[in-house]
Design a protein around this ligand. Structure first.
Ligand code: AMP
Ligand code: ZN
Ligand code: FE
Ligand code: FE
Length: 274
């Protein structure tokens, strides 16, 4: 069976609209699709309607940015509906806060003597404003030489203009998804930048809070990473999941292609969502 359990639409940072994404999935012969946009449920209703029309099994999802214990952490949520509570309310509260967060970063920069105007930052964003747009404004104003320098000297966590993102912590995020009737699954575990033993302890801890799976089948995983994550799932009795993480960009990824080993057909069943 062809399916994809991890992809993005223009509701976050993907190129295709939710409707176009579902149409593309259908044209490729996919039978099941989960849309997992970053920190929003905003594309789900549109995607569900398109999937209904085309006879494709659609699973509402999201990919939550979680306050990372190290590296970066994303948590996939597979949901019983596009309006699953309490998750929908929490996501909205975080989105509301993030608007004011960007303005606080700009105010902080101005206090530090880096003159930047909010209008100059906001006009750069097609969708959601974020630190990359602030970094670009800093470069164009001549305060720093590159986007990376803007992060390294000012915007990164621990630097003088950093303002907390208001994200959920790892355990809290897992619990909110589980309390919403969803299945929490750890995305791309290696971005946590943990060694195998540390990753094993961290995942085992999250399982206590309701974690139901981790991504094993991804285009960017090598054989050793697939083997380790699969073994970890077997050991903790959770579900080995995965997907393409397709954004519609010309980056070599293909919707429905999770790499050399496909996502098992029974993954959604095992997660309780099919
Ligand atoms: P925001 O959502 O406003 O916190 O911005 C997050 C985005 O900023 C990420 O997707 C990256 O593109 C970028 N970013 C975050 N941290 C860094 C960093 N240390 N160096 C370069 N880019 C970063
Ligand atoms: Zn993305
Ligand atoms: Fe991610
Ligand atoms: Fe993703």
């Amino acid at each position: 069976m062809k399916q994809d359990l991890h992809c993005h639409s223009s509701a976050s940072d993907g190129l295709l609209s939710p409707t176009e994404l579902v149409e593309h999935a259908h044209a490729l012969g996919l039978e099941r699709l989960a849309l997992t946009d970053h920190d929003t449920l905003g594309g789900l209703a549109e995607a569900a309607a398109a999937a209904d029309r085309l006879g494709l099994r659609f699973v509402p999802g999201a990919e939550l940015s979680v306050r990372p214990p190290s590296g970066s952490m994303h948590l996939l949520a597979y949901l019983p509906s596009a309006a699953a509570e309490p998750l929908a309310t929490r996501i909205q509260a975080i989105a509301d806060y993030r608007g004011s967060r960007n303005q606080r970063i700009v105010a902080r920069l101005n206090e530090l003597g880096y003159a930047v105007e909010w209008e100059d930052v906001a006009r750069r964003a097609k969708g959601r404003v974020g630190r990359p747009h602030i970094a670009a404004a800093l470069v164009d104003a001549g305060h720093v030489g590159s986007l990376q320098e803007a992060f390294d000297r000012l915007l990164a966590d621990g630097q003088p203009a950093y303002v907390d993102a208001g994200s959920l912590g790892p355990e809290e995020a897992v619990e909110v998804v589980a309390a919403s009737g969803g299945a929490p699954v750890l995305a791309h575990p290696y971005t946590l930048r943990m060694g195998d033993a540390e990753l094993e302890r961290f995942v085992a801890g999250l399982v206590e809070h309701g974690l139901r799976g981790i991504e094993c089948y991804r285009p960017d995983h090598d054989e050793a990473q697939r083997a380790f994550t699969k073994r970890l799932c077997a050991q903790l009795d959770i579900v080995p999941a995965g997907g393409s993480d397709w954004h519609g960009r010309p980056d070599g990824l293909v919707l429905g292609d999770a790499g050399p080993v496909p996502v098992p057909d029974d993954t959604l069943e095992r997660l309780g969502l099919a």
